[in-house]
Design a protein around this ligand. Structure first.
Ligand SMILES: NC(=O)c1ccc[n+]([C@@H]2O[C@H](COP(=O)([O-])OP(=O)(O)OC[C@H]3O[C@@H](n4cnc5c(N)ncnc54)[C@H](OP(=O)(O)O)[C@@H]3O)[C@@H](O)[C@H]2O)c1
Length: 307
């Protein structure tokens, strides 16, 4: 099968197309023919070994000291089940699914991926029928990260939320989820993304350039830094007494409970992943070049098989 692989850390040029053996599922595993995968900011970080100084050494120990342990990147996918191991009971051949590859030995920049039916770090779930394979591939990571952190901040229907960095993969999901959970949602992004963020459900949208948003008189119960670039002092300035600040710069976890909730909201038409650009598998280096700019709006997807 075709896969985009990398053997050393570096620029997008380290990625190339290779021929790998098609994975053979173990008794508890599922083989998925991938239709779409995504390029997340996590993928480009792993490719470049671009970890914050404080976690650089532990990250290299986990992901490979001299070269990457995992040669196929890609953290989320949509596709169709092609084979199931004899111990698999919840899924069958032909099921259309979405999922993640978190902590598995191989990612989803490939024609096929095998995943356990259930495991601690990642998820697999049936594809919400309201979304095509393209949008569905981009549902798990951004939405589960946003839901995890908004729940951690105890956002509820009598509280107001501010989403900082509302135009990225996590931010666009966070605005839509906060709209469901909160009394009202405000957002911060650059002027060029204001219209998109408003359409996602933010009642007020402010500009982050030159710290313009700090001139607001509003105060919020929950402030979610969805891009990891908000100064703590700025967040504190805009927080109501007793409010909570959460950031993508903290550990999150995936769970079946969260993917079920996300998929349900997607089915109800309450969440739709924003797709910025689409590339082919052989153009994964170009997709990484684009995500490296730090300017993506929502998600970048990779088409693997035609549907
Ligand atoms: N904890 C976790 O489990 C987890 C999961 C996923 C992601 N993350 C982390 O979360 C961060 C965001 O990920 P992502 O995929 O959402 O990022 P992304 O999509 O690559 O973010 C790009 C967006 O951020 C906006 N942006 C850039 N600088 C900004 C600033 N200073 N203030 C406000 N907005 C800014 C850009 O808008 P403009 O072009 O208008 O500037 C662009 O739309 C990354 O650091 C990633 O590693 C963590």
């Amino acid at each position: 099968m075709k896969a985009a692989t990398y053997q050393k850390y570096g620029t997008p040029d380290v990625l190339s197309i290779s021929d790998l053996p098609k994975p053979e599922p173990a008794p508890n595993e599922i083989l998925v023919k991938i239709h779409y995968t995504t390029v997340t900011s996590g993928d480009v970080r792993l490719r470049a070994s671009d970890f914050p100084a404080i976690v650089w050494l532990p990250a290299r120990l986990i992901f490979g000291v001299f070269k990457p342990k995992k040669q196929v990147l890609g953290h989320e996918f949509s596709g169709v089940i092609e084979e199931v191991g004899p111990d698999v009971s919840k899924f069958k051949v032909g099921d259309e699914v979405i999922g993640t590859t978190t902590m598995l030995p191989m990612g989803s920049y490939a024609e096929y991926v095998k995943v356990p039916e259930s495991w601690k770090s990642g998820v697999i779930h049936s594809r919400p029928k309201s979304l095509g394979f393209k949008e569905a591939a981009a549902l798990p990571i951004g939405s589960m990260t946003a839901l995890f952190l908004l729940e951690k901040a105890k956002l509820s229907s009598n509280k107001t939320a501010l989403i900082y960095g509302a135009s990225g993969g996590v931010g666009t999901a966070a605005v839509q989820i906060a709209k469901i959970m909160a009394e009202s949602v405000s957002a911060v992004c650059s002027m060029r993304n204001v219209e998109m963020v408003r359409e996602l459900g933010a009642s007020s949208v402010m500009n982050y350039v030159d710290d313009e948003y700090l001139t607001t008189n509003e105060r919020y119960d929950v402030i979610f830094d969805a891009v990891g670039k908000m100064k703590k002092s700025s967040a504190k300035q805009l927080l109501k007494p007793g409010g909570k600040i959460v950031s993508v710069n903290t550990m999150t976890a995936e769970s079946d409970k969260h993917i079920r909730q996300i998929a349900k909201w997607a089915e109800e038409g309450k969440i739709t992943p924003v797709i910025d650009k689409e590339y082919k598998l052989e153009d994964v280096p170009d997709a990484h070049r684009y995500v490296d700019t730090g300017r993506k709006k929502g998600n970048v997807v990779i088409k693997v098989f035609d549907t």
